[in-house]
Write a protein that binds this ligand. Structure first.
Ligand SMILES: [Zn+2]
Length: 266
């Protein structure tokens, strides 16, 4: 029995207050029907040297995220890969005249995109943010873009995604930058809406609760989100980071990373 009730919560926090948050999270809920979309991006921090672009990472994620949210709900006939393709192109067009978009460190982001209507729930995941899809029976399926896991460890810097040598190249991993053709490399899927109880999207700064600190598995993470909400997950990650003074779990990673979580019960 569909009640039309949706519970949607999001939380985000910068890794360091002095630096702009380069994660991006938004939800689009059309005025009619039971449809909607969510967008979660993790902007890749460029090094301090020039990277051929006049713009900041938050400029890029706001442009790309805004386009993804708008196109997802205004163009329901488009597949999510086409939505991503068009959104990358629109964002690239916004600074093609002033910036060198062929630079390997041009602004870029990981992408989680989910769209639902009365009939179905569609998803798209590119690079290392995480989508957790929970069925009505409680089974949790993590949707991960596995390419990053296959990059040889030796080629990964302490923060893997900051290493331009393996980004957006064959055998490496792919993020949404200026080339729309990357959309074809995203992990996508569709489920009947009746088979989805909730979806949760996490940037890696929030997924640390599972992936670095091993506080629980993905179903435990969803249980926490259901019970206490996204802000509680982010708060717990911050507490774990601060407590890991010996860097047992963090090792060479930055102490705090931008973190963003969207939790949606459909
Ligand atoms: Zn630019």
């Amino acid at each position: 029995m569909q009640t039309g009730r949706m519970r949607i919560e999001l939380a985000t926090a910068p890794g360091t207050p002095a630096h702009p948050n380069e994660d991006y999270a938004s939800v689009a809920l059309p005025a009619f029907g039971r449809g909607g979309a969510l967008v979660l991006l993790d902007g890749v921090t460029p090094p301090r040297d020039a990277y051929g672009c006049l713009h900041s990472v938050p400029w890029f994620t706001a442009r790309l995220g805004g386009a993804l949210g708008e196109l997802s709900v205004s163009r329901p006939e488009l597949a999510l890969t086409d939505v991503l393709h068009k959104a990358i192109l629109r964002t690239a067009d916004a600074h093609r005249a002033t910036c060198d978009l062929s630079h390997p460190r041009t602004p870029q982001a990981t992408v989680v995109l989910v769209r639902w209507d009365d009939e179905r729930v569609e998803h798209l995941v590119l690079s290392d943010s995480v989508l957790l899809v929970t069925a009505p029976d409680g089974r949790v399926e993590p949707v991960l873009d596995g390419r990053l896991a296959h990059v040889p460890r030796a080629s990964l810097a302490s923060d893997a995604i900051a290493d331009a040598t393996v980004r957006n190249k064959e055998g490496g991993f792919f993020t949404a930058a200026a080339d729309p053709e990357v959309a074809a490399r995203a992990v996508t899927g569709t489920r009947p809406r009746t088979e989805v109880q909730s979806v949760a999207a996490l940037t890696d700064g929030a997924a640390r609760w599972v992936e670095k600190f091993r506080e629980g598995d993905w179903p435990d993470c969803v249980a926490l989100l259901r019970k206490e909400g996204p802000q509680a997950l982010v708060d717990r990650v911050r507490a774990l980071e601060s407590a890991d003074t010996e860097r047992v779990f963090l090792r060479r990673s930055k102490t705090h990373d931008d973190a963003a979580v969207i939790y949606a019960e459909l």
